[in-house]
Design a protein around this ligand. Structure first.
Ligand SMILES: [Zn+2]
Length: 243
């Protein structure tokens, strides 16, 4: 049996992977990829306002957010959900936490990785996550780090769409048609009860990006129809034999 293809999502908070790349996860899971999602925190302090307004305790908020993330991951076909539980607002990784992330990257050996936009003045946890993702990817590629382990190749790091695109300096160069798995993404979003106000917003984002998919695949001259899409910005160049 051949080794399955793998992918790794690095999410600062428990719900980010659902809004920003739930379609990519579900689509690749259906293709046979083993998609691992690593959440550094549950977004318990910064992205759970509704639960705090209801008077929940910190432990209750974390438990609810964990359950929501697990339910969403199940719907999306996530192979493995790893919750680092490092706390949020602010998110901070100690050296040991970073090495745990490096170990995970080496273990998964992802064909591609995904994380947040490189700049996010509204949510510094997000841009910190991407800085840490680049750092961990770099260490995982170093032959001198834990010699004897399988060294990481050069997986692309895709940046998924942030909440207020224009403010983040995020510029997509890849549109992924997620129409075949849209119902799964919508169902996963609806598991995030603490942020019900985002369900319709991210449905509209997917519809807008679908229009960009159509336009960039040929538009009125043979463009492909698409109802829902996700956009990504890639960090590293592609290596090709033909343009
Ligand atoms: Zn977040």
């Amino acid at each position: 049996m051949s080794t399955p293809k793998t992918a790794l999502i690095l999410s600062a908070h428990a719900a980010d992977f659902v809004w920003r790349c739930g379609g990519a996860i579900a689509l690749h899971a259906e293709m046979g990829y083993e998609v691992t999602v690593a959440c550094m925190s549950f977004g318990e302090r910064g992205e759970s306002a509704k639960l705090w307004k209801e008077g929940k305790s910190l432990d209750e908020v974390k438990a609810i957010r964990r359950a929501e993330a697990e339910a969403a991951a199940e719907v999306l076909g996530v192979h493995r959900l790893e919750c680092f539980d490092l706390g949020d607002y602010p998110l901070a990784l100690e050296r040991d936490d970073k090495m745990r992330l490096v170990d995970l990257i080496r273990k998964v050996q992802p064909a591609w990785m995904m994380s947040h936009s490189q700049y996010d003045p509204y949510n510094t946890d997000h841009m910190y996550m991407t800085q840490v993702a680049l750092e961990a990817r770099m260490v995982a590629q170093a032959w001198g780090h834990n010699p004897g382990q399988k060294v990481l190749g050069a997986p692309q790091l895709y940046l998924f769409e942030p909440h207020q695109t224009e403010q983040m300096g995020w510029k997509p160069d890849t549109f992924l048609d997620i129409t075949p798995v849209w119902e799964k993404k919508r169902a996963a979003m609806e598991h995030m009860n603490g942020q019900a106000h985002l369900w319709e917003f991210y449905t509209r984002v997917a519809q807008q990006r679908a229009n960009h998919f159509k336009r960039n695949s040929g538009g009125q001259s043979g463009g492909r129809d698409c109802k829902y899409a996700e956009g990504f910005q890639s960090i590293f160049p592609r290596t090709v034999d033909e343009l």
